[in-house]
Design a protein around this ligand. Structure first.
Ligand code: SF4
Length: 427
């Protein structure tokens, strides 16, 4: 069936209920029902049998649209197609707007480039002192380990690099990357990413972690990975046992839609959590994937059930050919407004825009502070009710030794504190 023969249904026609969004369901085997358990549960088998070609897409997904077919051809020179059997099994073949499908199956719109879109939208290359290392913030670095991922996201900020379809030819040089970190004592935090660091063998990853741990000023290691979602089979007990030797080690995973949190993924995240690894999630706000309060609320609730703290909600970067996947900032703010106060605070991620060109992450929040002057702050709560809070004095109270015969309030007045004694009347 091509797009012209798809039934005329709107996205909302496919909207599942909140209860079904929050259910944990196995990925099943989809088209691989005859594969033995031992193979299906082997991460190397999953990698070897990824869906990577147009022929495979056509045979496994008979509802492939004309736009997707053209997108798959374009992807050969832009960002390769690769989808693990596990993740492919989550696609609803009957739904042309399936939120899983939109993330990994290319579309012809990837060929449309707006003037503000670039291949390096957050200026990583210009903040790279040695190949594979991005030093944008004062005390931390991004350490790119590989240009390969288990599957490729169509909106990837590093599309220029990952999969090498565009000929970037990335070769990490671990010795130079590590030497730079050794020579910069201000670096206390290293984030391993790529590509996906968990694609390295246990031995290779351990070698890298051990070298980083030996650097005295490195306090904190992080791994950014979508492997627990694309390839939960990779989260083996052996991997977890190795990772726990390098604490404090945190992991940021990347889940965009509640359907990605299958029973297999929940169990893999549980193994990481049991290894003492604090887990956070980074979602990208994507049109017709997670750009609604209901979907994001179900996602953040499910993440907490998996012991993962929703950490960031990213506005989609201005990567070339991503306009069809970008939701508006207005929508992002609406989602945060729909979460904050309406659900558990732990379930509310920080919404950020990674400033184009390399300005770093900028938090973007709905307007809760209506006005603020030297003596009061006017604030709005999640129900829209307005309150006043008397501004505190910035002068630091100092405890003074008591003087005989005098009560000791231990307070040295400052101009600001003198003003604050005259509290405004509450409205
Ligand atoms: S897993 Fe991360 S690095 Fe890999 S394609 Fe997706 S967004 Fe890009």
């Amino acid at each position: 069936m091509d797009s012209l023969s798809c039934p005329a249904k709107s996205v909302s026609d496919w909207s599942p209920s909140a209860t079904s969004l929050k259910s944990f369901i196995s990925s099943g085997r989809g088209k691989w029902s005859s594969v033995p358990d031992a193979d299906w549960n082997d991460w190397r088998w999953q990698l070897k049998h990824r869906v990577t070609s147009l022929d495979q897409l056509e045979s496994l997904l008979p509802t492939l649209t004309r736009e997707e077919r053209a997108g798959a051809v374009l992807a050969r020179s832009k960002l390769a197609v690769a989808i693990t059997p596990h993740f492919f099994s989550l696609i609803d073949p009957a739904n042309p707007n399936c939120p899983i499908r939109r993330q990994v199956i290319p579309r012809i719109e990837e060929g449309n480039t707006a003037p503000w879109e670039t291949d390096d939208p957050v200026g990583e290359d210009s903040h790279s002192p040695v190949p594979g290392l991005v030093h944008r913030y004062p005390d931390r670095v991004l350490f790119l380990v590989t240009d390969r991922c288990a599957a490729y996201c169509r909106y990837c900020t590093r599309s220029r690099l990952v999969s090498n379809a565009a000929g970037y030819d990335f070769h990490p040089e671990f010795d130079r990357q590590i030497a730079y970190i050794e020579q910069h004592p201000e670096i206390r935090d290293v984030l391993l990413s790529g590509g996906d660091a968990l694609l390295l063998s246990d031995d290779k990853l351990e070698h890298l972690l051990a070298r980083l741990r030996r650097i005295p000023h490195i306090e904190f290691l992080r791994i950014g990975s979508r492997i627990p979602i694309f390839l939960p089979q990779r989260i083996t007990p052996e991997l977890c046992a190795m990772l726990k030797r390098y604490h404090p080690l945190f992991m940021s995973v990347h889940v965009n839609h509640p359907n990605e949190l299958t029973t297999e993924v929940r169990d893999a995240l549980g193994r990481l959590a049991d290894a003492g690894i604090p887990l956070g999630n980074q979602s990208v706000l994507l049109r017709h994937v997670n750009d609604s309060v209901d979907v994001m609320k179900a996602l953040t609730h499910k993440l907490l059930m998996c012991r993962v703290r929703p950490y960031y909600l990213y506005q989609c970067d201005l990567i070339q050919g991503s306009a069809h996947l970008r939701a508006s900032v207005r929508k992002g703010l609406e989602i945060i407004r729909g979460l904050r106060g309406h659900t558990t605070g732990y379930a509310v991620p920080q919404y950020v825009i990674d400033a184009p060109g390399g300005g770093g992450k900028v938090p973007v929040n709905p307007e809760y502070v209506l006005s603020h002057n030297h003596d009061r702050v006017v604030i709005r709560n999640y129900e829209g009710k307005v309150f006043e809070y008397p501004e505190a004095a910035d002068g630091t109270p100092i405890i003074l030794p008591a003087r005989e015969g005098l009560p000791n309030f231990g307070f040295v007045p400052t101009p600001a504190s003198r003003r604050s004694r005259y509290f405004p009347k509450f409205a």
